[in-house]
Design a protein around this ligand. Structure first.
Ligand SMILES: [Zn+2]
Length: 220
């Protein structure tokens, strides 16, 4: 749309924009784009976000801040431990299929409370309240799949990768196969404020993730 001339239109361009914004956040050179009254007015009649961010609800992981973006840029879905349920999947699909975002970013992080709560529940270190059980049930398979359940940051990485894989086989599968969208798994380090790419689904991201990403290795 004319009111959003700089919108990235491809998965690779969208990921490059996210990584560039994160680099600005890390270095303190933030632009705070699209946060003014003019932008607000331009979006009254519609939105075309360039990425869906599906991240952990952790208060230190605010999407528009860590990617240095503003109004109308990101369609954000967050749950503790970025666990997927029917409403979450429907919201993600709305962002991709209806709003036309070319990229879905699954965003996890180190020192994740949901991963810790799952570990504590499984080892008996703590008894969760019944309402937390759906989160624990959905994180537990990632804990079981990790090389060491006690290495909780490694569990977080496994959980991000498994979530990317699951979403690639969901109602997004055809869009990923056709290249209309791609999925990237990102992990965020609380101390540094930096994201790194740890998983991708879809052919459209090869040009972006083939190069070193902000100095981080792609894998642990
Ligand atoms: Zn978390």
């Amino acid at each position: 749309m004319s009111q959003v001339p700089s919108r990235p239109e491809t998965p690779a361009a969208a990921l490059a924009e996210l990584l560039a914004g994160n680099a600005r956040f890390v270095t303190g050179a933030r632009l705070h784009p699209h946060q003014d009254a003019e932008r607000r007015a331009a979006l009254v009649h519609g939105q075309r976000p360039f990425a869906v961010i599906f991240g952990c609800s952790d208060s230190r992981l605010a999407a528009e801040i860590i990617f240095d973006r503003g109004l109308g840029d990101l369609f954000v879905v967050r749950t503790a431990g970025q666990v997927v349920g029917p409403e979450v999947l429907a919201s993600i699909e709305y962002g991709i299929h209806v709003l036309g975002a070319p990229l879905l970013a699954v965003l996890g992080h180190d020192s994740c409370g949901a991963v810790r709560a799952t570990y504590d529940a499984i080892t008996g270190a703590a008894v969760p309240t019944p309402g937390l059980q759906p989160i624990i049930d959905r994180v537990a398979p990632s804990l079981a799949a990790a090389p060491s359940a006690a290495d909780l940051d490694a569990v977080s990485v496994v959980h991000i990768r498994r979530t990317v894989d699951a979403l690639a086989r969901s109602g997004l599968a055809e869009a990923v196969r056709s290249g209309a969208c791609a999925i990237v798994g990102l992990t965020y380090r609380l101390a540094e404020g930096r994201v790194r790419v740890i998983a991708t689904a879809g052919a459209g991201l090869a040009g972006v993730v083939g190069a070193p990403v902000l100095g981080w290795p792609r894998d642990r």
